[in-house]
Design a protein around this ligand. Structure first.
Ligand SMILES: [Zn+2]
Length: 611
């Protein structure tokens, strides 16, 4: 839909300037600049990704002009430029380097152009609420003649998928519609009465019609969850899945009417195949995750984000809810919509539990603390992270599961919580207060959940999943990992003997280098450290296979002499092996389930495929 652009608007123009140098030229024009000189500010972070990224690092040249005459412009801070006073219109012209193959910044080469607003669009200070006109310019050259534009920025005259005039209601709106420009493949489906487009850039050979069919079920299920009835209407006018398929990559970022996804090309399903393999299931989980954010964080948001302050860190203890609950629902939506079956879902859940159990950091950091410190910890992980932090995604999803199953024993559910959050906070306003989820869960569950939140959200206890799952007829089983590639979720081979453990994880790669050394484990006790390279075990050349053999063939308490390089210095030590911890989970349906139990299970994850 195009509407007339108000004269008070800020005008932007973005053009691929040099594909080989990865440079965009971005112009920002203010009709009536501030009398004491107009300031321009660039965000230092992008909503949804809680790290100070300093997008201004990639502004390689900035100048200003008015009526064709240069205007002096100088930096006042890392992210602020100040132009000399002048009569308008004032235009700032920036060359922006764009070569980050992620969903968070910008990318430009001869195969595609992509940008997120926070990485390229300067905001004229004091004009945050002004409407914006945006001209997206086609690159010159024959190589790009098939390029089109995929964005949910509303058109202000541009043809569908065309270059030209777009618009946004405010700066906040402007920077929440990333733009993909390429010769992309396109597929569409309807859900919630709204057209959903899938634009895929990359060298792919995939069954996009199948992706559309599967996503339409997942999306409609989510729309119905929040709408409260089958066949509900989506809360946006259209939706866009922007997908970059590459050799190796993974990531997603949520926006109000779109998501940018980065995946491996093999994650997309091959033609003529109907089974859902691991890779495709993980892609669907990622797409489902970002779509769920269309409600949970983009419209229902923590009070701390309403509005976002993009000049500095914005603290909330609630990312466990906005990311963890979203992580819980991403796979749950796959089984509830019938795209995967119960067994497949239980495998995913078993892997999720395994991931959390293998991180000793859950004993020292709560998910509330992990949320608050995301800026300096979760987003800046290092060799000690497994010992020091808990993932507000992974453990947050288990807290969400525990909360859901707890509420279900009290006649409510997390579905009710999400719907009520949507009704109370989805329309804008002040956002969810820091204790909002606890208060609402208590209100809907009919009894005080302060203890639950104190133990599992603000505290470091593991949620009692074995007990809660038993209530819906599911057994939680634990065993030792059967090797470095064992992610859990399945029973595994019956081990003939107990395995040992060195208390460290090796980095991937050809040489046996320690990536992480776990708190209190054999490697730490022996004085080994992360980044050490193992040279020999019992006098024999070390390798990943040699470590694996030790774990298989030795018994707990055995001593193993180890030679290792720390930097360029050789060290010798003795490892005393431990029994491998039972940190690998798989879930099974209880053999005997009475009718009431089966009903609880069906209410939760839907009916079995054959019933
Ligand atoms: Zn997320």
């Amino acid at each position: 839909m195009s509407a007339p652009i108000p004269l008070s608007s800020i005008r932007y123009r973005i053009a691929p300037l040099d594909l080989n140098a990865h440079l965009f030229e971005v112009r920002c024009t203010v009709e009536d600049p501030a009398p004491d000189g107009q300031r321009f500010r660039l965000p230092v972070w992008i909503p949804g990704s809680y790290l100070i990224r300093e997008f201004a690092r990639h502004f390689v040249a900035v100048r200003a002009e008015a009526a064709g005459v240069p205007v002096a412009i100088a930096k006042e801070a890392k992210d602020v430029w100040h132009a000399q006073p002048c009569a308008g219109p004032l235009t700032v012209v920036a060359n922006v380097y764009a070569y980050d193959l992620s969903v968070r910044t910008a990318y430009l080469d001869t195969t595609r152009a992509y940008f997120n607003g926070p990485a390229v669009f300067l905001c004229p200070e004091g004009r945050e609420q002004a409407p914006c006109a945006v001209e997206i310019v086609a690159p010159a050259g024959d190589a790009c003649r098939h390029w089109r534009v995929a964005t949910t920025l509303p058109s202000a005259g541009a043809a569908e998928f065309g270059f030209g005039a777009y618009q946004a209601g405010s700066y906040d709106d402007l920077i929440d519609h990333p733009v993909e420009i390429a010769d992309f493949a396109l597929e569409s489906f309807m859900a919630g009465g709204v057209r959903h487009d899938i634009a895929v850039t990359g060298r792919i050979d995939a069954d996009l019609q199948r992706v559309a069919r599967d996503l339409s079920r997942v999306c409609q299920w989510q729309i119905d969850l929040f709408g409260g009835a089958p066949g509900s209407r989506a809360p946006f006018d259209r939706y866009l899945f922007q997908i970059a398929a590459v050799g190796d990559g993974y990531g997603g970022l949520e926006h109000r009417a779109s998501t940018s996804l980065l995946c491996k090309r093999q994650d997309l399903p091959a033609r003529g195949i109907t089974a859902i393999g691991d890779d495709y299931r993980s892609f669907l989980g990622l797409a489902s995750h970002e779509y769920f954010h269309g409600w949970n964080v983009k419209r229902i948001m923590p009070a701390a984000f309403a509005p976002y302050d993009l000049a500095r860190e914005t603290y909330t203890r609630q990312l466990w809810a906005f990311e963890g609950i979203t992580s819980y629902y991403d796979d749950l939506a796959l089984v509830r919509s019938g795209v995967i079956d119960r067994a497949s879902y239980l495998e995913l859940l078993g892997r999720g539990i395994t991931t959390v159990l293998r991180n000793p950091g859950r004993h020292v950091q709560s998910v509330a603390e992990s949320s608050f410190d995301a800026w300096i910890k979760f987003y800046r992980q290092d060799e000690n992270s497994p010992n020091a932090i808990v993932s507000y995604y992974a453990k947050g999803a288990l807290v969400a599961l525990a909360l859901d199953l707890t509420l279900r024993t009290r006649g409510s559910s997390l579905d009710d919580v999400m719907r009520t959050l949507w009704q109370r906070y989805g329309g804008g306003g002040p956002g969810v207060p820091e204790d909002g989820i606890q208060r609402l869960a208590t209100e809907l569950g009919g009894s005080d959940l302060a203890g639950f939140f104190a133990r599992y959200v603000d505290g470091i206890e593991d949620p009692p999943l074995a007990d809660l799952l038993r209530g819906v007829g599911i057994e939680l089983n634990l065993r030792a990992a059967q090797g470095p590639t064992d992610r859990g979720g399945a029973a595994g081979k019956r081990a003939e003997r107990e395995r040992c453990w060195i208390g460290a994880r090796l980095a991937s790669g050809s040489e046996p280098r320690l990536a992480h050394v776990y708190s209190g484990g054999p490697a730490e006790r022996a004085g080994l450290a992360a980044h050490d390279t193992l040279i020999a075990l019992e006098g024999l050349r070390a390798s990943a296979e040699a470590v694996e053999r030790v774990c298989e063939r030795r018994t707990a308490g055995d001593q193993v002499t180890v030679h290792a390089f720390r930097r360029d210095e050789l060290h010798a030590t003795t490892l005393v092996l431990d029994a491998a911890p039972a940190d690998t989970c798989w879930l099974t349906l209880a053999d005997v389930r009475d009718a009431a139990c089966e009903e609880r299970l069906t209410d939760w994850i839907g009916a079995a495929a054959d019933t």
